[in-house]
Structures are given as C-alpha cells and as structure tokens.
Design a protein around this ligand. Structure first.
Ligand code: UDP
Length: 323
C-alpha cells in the first residue's frame, strides 16, 4: 500500500514509517517539523514539509501522492501544556485535523488510522480500561482527541470515511533507528534516562501522595514497536473501530525509576514535587478487543525490555536528533 504518514517526523510516526517500509509499503511523510525532526524521517520515505493549518498544503500533498490510506499523528500531545494553553490543543488537534479530513474527502482518500489516547477516558471507574469505559477527559488534550474521534464517526457516516482510532496508553522505548526526542522533554522515561546520562541532576516525581501503592501515578507503558505494529494491522481491516492499546500491566513512577536504575546501572537521584495538573492516578489498558479483532500481540511486555531499547537509543544518540 501507499501510506501518507501525517506527523511522520515525530516519535511514533517515525517508527511507524520505518516498519511500513520494512514491510515493503510505500511511505510519504507530511510534517511541519515544529515537534518532529527531519532526521527522524526514514531516508526511504518521500518527505513533504507542510502544515495542516493550511488546508491547501495537505490537499496538494494528497492529490500528488494519492495514498491508499493516511496515518495521522500530527498533534499536540502534552497533558500539562494543554492545561495552560487549551487553545493550542483545540486548534491543532481538532481544527487542523479537520483540514486533513476535508482534504481527504475532497481527494477521495478514504481510509485513516488515527493516533488517539487513553487521556480521552479520565480517571476510570474500574481497571483495566476497555472500550466501553465512559469517556470523561480531565484535560484539554484528552478532550481534543475525543472530539476528533466523534468527528471521525460522523465523517464515517456521512462521507463513508473508514477509520481506526487507536487509544495509546504510554508509548515508550525505541527501534534501532528512531527514538523519543522532544524539544521540551516532559515524558517520564526519557527524563529519567537523561539523569542516567548525566544530562540532568535528578528526576522530578510529580506527586507522591496519590492513592496508589507507593503514592505515585501508575501508567501502562507500551513498546513503540508494538504500537507501530498495531497501526499496520489496522490498515488491513476495512472496519471502522476504536481500540485501546496497552500491555495491560501497570508501573508506578517509582517503579519506572527503579527499572531505569537496574537497566542502566546508574545512580538516579529523585526530587519529589507537587502533583502535575491533569494527571489521573491510574491508567491501565484492556487490549482484548484489538487482540480479538486484529490478532495484535505485544512482543515487548516487560518494562525492562522497553527501557533497555530506550536506553540503547539514548546512548547512541545522547543529543537526540541534534536539532
Ligand atoms: N512524571 C514524573 N516526572 C517526570 C515526567 C512524568 O513524575 O519528569 C509522571 C507524570 O506525572 C505521570 C507519569 O510520570 O504520572 C507519566 O507521565 P508522562 O508525561 O511520561 O506521560 P503521560 O501519562 O502524561 O502521557
């Protein structure tokens, strides 16, 4: 297939592009490079620098590339930032995303795999979180992704757009080539590994007073390569569906830091800080539906394996992509 990976120069998009190319698909990447990196685009892919804020740019790209499907990763994705700058989230994730959908309708590109998030749920009534759980986001990031999911449903009904929406829990780890390099790093694992590399004096723990076993937040960390494989499986189905995507295991912030100590063999200092606004205490996925429907199986279940791959990448690229 020929796939247009929108936001393909970012963390998750870069690994999806790599795996698609490894499976002999043809890949074009569209990215504005505000969060993404040119070096994170596989050299085998065709690259277009463009911005979804400009409908003409994406429509021109779709008309010339004529992909069989789109994978859409281009979004703002930080819970804390969304609590300070909601407008950025509603604009990028809803309004600019609509430009993509309208351009797809105009150019008759009928299939999309959408990068959604567990943040659409908010604090769950029970764990693990399956697709029937009520969507009650507690931050504008989750709200913006939920709104886009609803738009997808309507575009499916009205224009016949076929879609799969994947609600990721916490993407982590790296492939051999591509890893996590955000210009402003707010994510837990890369921040801990920066301490291990000696680039930061300590890692901050945002909240040690949650009602969890050790007082810190619990997340379901899923290996980026397993996540990417789910996207490729999603291309192979004609159904329109929403799937939760995690490993079903939970690790607290302290457990992640301990695993990083073990994997790196380095001393990692911590500093306890107040809670970060918008963080639910516990998020763990049920991925039964995607396993049953698409036969998805995570290959990297253990937190240590996930961290080992990230550590390998960060050691190889201590300054990330260097831009
Ligand atoms: N976190 C932390 N220190 C950091 C970064 C994150 O304590 O330097 C916590 C954060 O509050 C959350 C968990 O680690 O409970 C995972 O955060 P991350 O930003 O990696 O992903 P999110 O769950 O927000 O998507």
């Amino acid at each position: 297939m020929k796939i247009l990976v929108v936001g393909g120069a970012g963390y998750i998009g870069s690994v999806c592009g790599e795996l698609l190319l490894d499976e002999d698909h043809e890949v074009a990447v569209f990215d504005n490079l505000t969060e993404g990196h040119r070096r994170a685009v596989d050299p085998r892919a065709k690259f277009t620098q463009g911005d979804l804020a400009d409908r003409n740019q994406i429509e021109t790209a779709l008309s010339s590339i004529r992909p069989d499907a789109v994978m859409h990763f281009a979004a703002s994705a930080l819970v804390a930032e969304s609590m300070c700058d909601p407008s950025k989230y509603f604009r990028n994730n809803i309004s600019n995303g609509l430009n993509l959908l309208d351009a797809m309708v105009a150019t008759r590109v009928n299939r999309i795999v959408f990068s959604s998030t567990c943040a659409i749920f908010g604090p769950p009534d029970r764990l693990p979180i399956d697709e029937a759980a009520p969507a009650r986001p507690i931050n504008p990031y989750g709200e913006s992704k939920l709104a886009f999911e609803k738009i997808l449903r309507w575009y499916g009904q009205i224009y016949g757009l076929s879609f799969v929406s994947l609600r990721y829990f916490n993407a982590a780890g790296a492939s051999e080539k591509f890893g996590e390099d955000h210009r402003l790093e707010t994510h837990l694992i890369p921040n801990v590994l920066k301490v291990a590399l000696g680039q930061k004096p300590h890692v901050e723990i945002y909240g040690a007073d949650y009602e969890t076993s050790d007082g810190t937040c619990i997340r379901d960390y899923i290996h980026i390569v397993d996540l990417a494989r789910a996207h490729i499986l999603a291309l192979g189905t004609a159904k329109s569906e929403f799937y939760n995507l995690g490993t079903g295991g939970g690790a607290s912030v302290r457990e992640v830091i301990d695993a990083c100590r073990k994997v790196t063999g380095r001393k990692i200092e911590i500093a306890e800080k107040p809670r970060r606004p918008g963080d639910p205490p516990r998020l763990i996925a049920s991925s039964k539906k995607i396993k049953d429907d698409l036969g998805w199986r995570p290959q990297f279940q253990s937190l240590d394996t996930i961290i080992e791959s990230a550590w390998k990448w960060h050691q190889k690229f201590p300054s990330g992509y260097g831009d």
